[in-house]
Design a protein. Structure first.
Length: 321
């Protein structure tokens, strides 16, 4: 019955009076610092990932995964890193392929359904230090990645992983893509498309025989972009295959560790399908919390140093030590 009926998040700042403002303004206005130290690891396929650490000499580790076209410098990543570090935890904020400021080496980049790379990050972290407690925290796409990872691995997930927390996670990718096509979401669609197009153009320079830039002329909706680029570059048959394999809700039933999923009701780019109420009501490990407000990875508090999501994640994770 892990459906949390009442959320403790009720009041954003007065000037953030709708879901769009609760989404956009924190990204523009919020400034957070985190004393990262960068490490680059090499993956089995010869590619690399850049990991940003905060080492407090702890046996507890928080692993943070960012959203689509995000990175470890995003306000939500630095805010979460800062509050966990303040509580004495080690922190590992990792950057997906192509997201750390340097294009990755292979054709494939990253996507909502790729759990190989987070698995590599977890294995590397556990080989680096004998951590007793590891928690996974993800934002938007990063939340979907951690939930698919835990769902696929189930009881076989590494023992030190105690729990997960996902904020604003698009658990149903097909429904999320449809939501991006709504007129009110043109701003988000344009920003994602502009950023991803620049990366695809770089991929065409790296792999001219594998990327056909002329397909951009045929794009009419986001599904076309996924058909022409996201799916083939990342090893999927087509957009539908991508959506099926990259939707965390198709795998969440296998979860064996407690997971808190927080999706705001007024999130402008997450439709109701991304908050699987019936699954959570029947699953004893997946806890669904749906604040009325918060936008997409917003959850700002009036006159507070941290976002509500950061306080909530610490409360949840430390309660499962």
């Amino acid at each position: 019955m892990p459906l949390i009926e009442r959320s403790s998040y009720t009041r954003p700042p007065f000037y953030q009076f709708n879901g769009h403002l609760q989404t956009v303004l924190p990204a523009i206005l919020r400034k957070v610092e985190a004393p990262y130290e960068r490490e680059r690891i090499t993956l089995p396929d010869g590619d690399f990932l850049d990991l940003d650490w905060i080492d407090n000499g702890s046996r507890r580790l928080a692993i943070l995964t960012h959203g689509l076209e995000g990175n470890s410098d995003r306000h939500y990543m630095k805010g979460m890193a800062s509050i966990f570090s303040e509580r004495g935890w080690d922190v590992l904020a990792w950057n997906c392929r192509s997201c750390s400021g340097e294009m990755n080496r292979r054709l494939r980049m990253y996507n909502h359904g790729d759990i190989e790379d987070i698995g590599a990050v977890i294995r590397h972290a556990l080989a680096t230090k004998d951590y007793e407690q590891v928690v996974l925290i993800g934002f938007s796409m990063g939340g979907s990645i951690l939930m698919k990872y835990l769902g696929v691995h189930g009881k076989d997930a590494p023992k030190p992983i105690r729990c997960g927390v996902a904020f604003s996670a698009p658990c149903d990718l097909r429904a999320s893509v449809d939501a991006l096509e709504l007129p009110g979401n043109a701003f988000y669609k344009r920003r994602f498309f502009t950023s991803l197009r620049a990366k695809i153009e770089t991929k065409a320079e790296q792999f001219p025989d594998a990327v056909d830039l002329s397909k951009f002329e045929e794009i009419r909706e986001w599904r076309d972009f996924d058909n022409f680029f996201s799916a083939p570059i990342n090893g999927y048959e087509d957009a539908e295959d991508f959506y099926r394999q990259a939707s965390a809700r198709n795998f969440m039933a296998g979860t064996d560790r407690p997971v808190l999923l927080v999706n705001a009701v007024n999130d402008p780019i997450l439709p109701p399908e991304c908050s699987p109420v019936s699954l959570c009501e029947q699953h004893d490990k997946i806890f669904l919390e749906m604040p009325q407000k918060g936008g997409h990875v917003g959850f700002t508090l009036p006159r507070a140093g941290y976002a509500w999501s950061e306080y909530r994640a610490v409360e949840w994770c430390e309660g499962r030590g």
